[in-house]
Write a protein that binds this ligand. Sequence first.
Ligand code: ACO
Length: 310
Amino acid sequence: MSGFRIAGVGAALPDKILTNNDLKEFMDTSDEWIKERTGISERRVGSSTLELATNAALQAIERSHLEASQIENIVLATTTPEQLCPGTAPAVANNLGIQCGAFDVQAACAGWVYGLMVANGLLLQGAKNVLLIGAEALDKITDFTDRGTGILFGNGGAATILEASEDATGKILAWDLDSNGALGSILYADHGSNFHMEGREVFKKAVTVIESSVNKVLREADVKPADIKLVVPHQANIRIIELAWRKLGFTMDQTATVLERTGNTSAASIPIALEEAVTEGRVEPGDLVLFVGFGAGMTWASALIEWDAP
Ligand code: ACO
């Protein structure tokens, strides 16, 4: 292939909204505190990773020129698969009525960017297309009585179809995948238990790794912050984004954010924000788009792409 196009995007959120005021029934907190410290007003709960992934995929396919039967590979980034084994991606394929290469990627909130690099690798190996999904049912591992974690997380899913083509100009210009397993203890969920998080530590590390990872990618691509049309960061906390942006020199006008309405949807957060930006017409072929994610592991990842779409 000479490049890829984003042939379609789709998103799915559960119907049930949990507002900050709703949370006051389970914990000692306030709408004001949560908004000020995180930027989050509400999040969605209910549904399931499989249902959200399937619905997002159906919308992305419907908006593309492809039939479900033409999808060759499904890569599903998730921290909350339906079962420990098997992965959820084959069940998504089954719901779409197809059989194809299908597997999950687990890199917590950086998972979708890891998945993007895996998808790009498949295209470079000759695959015609990859349906890349991020989907989460984080309510399954969130204690909504714990005010340190219960205010942050929500459910959602989004799908992006990458299609290889001889005349497409879309490509990865620079990328960075990284991790530090020594930091595994600051954010984790054991089998059968909820998230455990040292919020302040995660916050500080997140700002540091976003800055270093994005700087590395910009340096490698020889691109300045102002050259980038759209930056889609992991949607964890608006203060993390604002602090990192101050260091990096990005503006909020360049940025896609949905966390005010979704909370942190882990591996689904970047593609949900991307879907909204795309449907609002914020990116055009030739634009530079930057993704940056970070999460449990700790893992982090950035990818700078040249956008192309039909
Ligand atoms: N409501 C009201 N008060 C609260 C709440 C709450 N929900 N939570 C904490 N407080 C209180 C604390 O008890 C403390 O009170 P004190 O000063 O009297 O002791 C005070 O508020 C400050 O507490 P901090 O924990 O220092 O608050 P902070 O500003 O750090 O905000 C938060 C906490 C929102 C969790 C923040 O640390 C954060 O966002 N961290 C990053 C989390 C994150 O991004 N996680 C996802 C990573 S991605 C993944 O892989 C899932």
